[in-house]
Ligand binder design. Structure first.
Ligand SMILES: *Cc1c(COP(=O)(O)O)cnc(C)c1O
Length: 235
């Protein structure tokens, strides 16, 4: 399979799920290119893909340098260390993985240093608390969201989640439905915020995510193929 073929079949999967979704939302595809070389990103771009997600800062900056000639939109989707906030705020259009105020405050200050649009933010929510350490709890989400809304160089666009992996589609949908109702609550709580984004669904569960209202699906393996196991030093 080539990347163009893979993109085609992911797009078809998305279109089919979107047509079946009662939300009737527009679904965007974020191609997750972590661990994959810049040449493959270029190939995906030539097949019509412009939005890319990266998890590891240094690796992402190296690839951005090689792809400067292309009009790409970059999303940071990995864990954020506070000493990395400045390059993230300067070199990305979106950050999906904000889960604490300290990081948001630092992103806001760094974004103020460059003359550009506010940085688009999704708060990462931990809906299956035993599965991962990252993410704000549903209980703490309203307070964090309202604090971030007052930061002028950030634009709070929505929420993101990575649920515990399961093959059970009913369970997948139940998890994503929790995130969808959390977004609806935030929209009521913060009517002035541009909260239009549900970032949820990956290669194995994008259909369930779209049926529950996803507006961004983050897809790596189904586009670029399998990745090598994570090396801690590559972070
Ligand atoms: C790696 C990653 C993805 C893509 O996962 P696949 O299963 O390869 O589609 C999506 N979101 C985040 C946050 C990731 O780290």
């Amino acid at each position: 399979m080539t990347i163009a073929n893979n993109l085609d079949s992911v797009r078809q999967q998305i279109a089919k799920a979107a047509a079946a979704s009662s939300y009737k939302q527009q679904v965007k595809l974020l191609a997750v290119s972590k661990t994959k070389p810049a040449e493959l990103i270029r190939t995906a771009y030539e097949a019509g893909q412009t939005e890319f997600g990266e998890n590891y800062l240094q690796e992402a900056l190296d690839k951005q340098l090689h792809l400067q000639d292309l009009p790409l939109t970059w999303h940071f989707i990995g864990p954020i260390q506070s000493n990395k906030t400045k390059p993230i705020a300067h070199h990305f259009d979106w950050v999906h993985s904000v889960d604490r105020l300290k990081i948001a405050t630092r992103l806001n200050e760094a974004r103020a240093e460059i003359d550009t649009l506010p940085l688009n933010i999704c708060l990462q929510v931990n809906i299956s608390s035993e599965a991962s350490k990252s993410g704000v709890s549903l209980t703490e989400l309203p307070e964090l969201a309202s604090a971030i809304c007052s930061l002028p160089h950030l634009s709070l666009r929505g929420i993101m989640t990575i649920p515990a992996p399961t093959e059970d589609q009913a369970q997948q949908r139940a998890n994503f439905a929790q995130l969808a109702s959390a977004l609806q609550l935030l929209q009521k709580q913060l009517p002035e915020a541009p909260l239009d984004t549900l970032s949820m669904g990956m290669s194995n569960d994008l259909e369930a995510a779209i049926l529950e209202g996803a507006t961004y699906v983050r897809v790596g393996t189904a586009i670029f193929g399998r990745r090598p196991p994570v090396k801690p030093e590559s972070k």
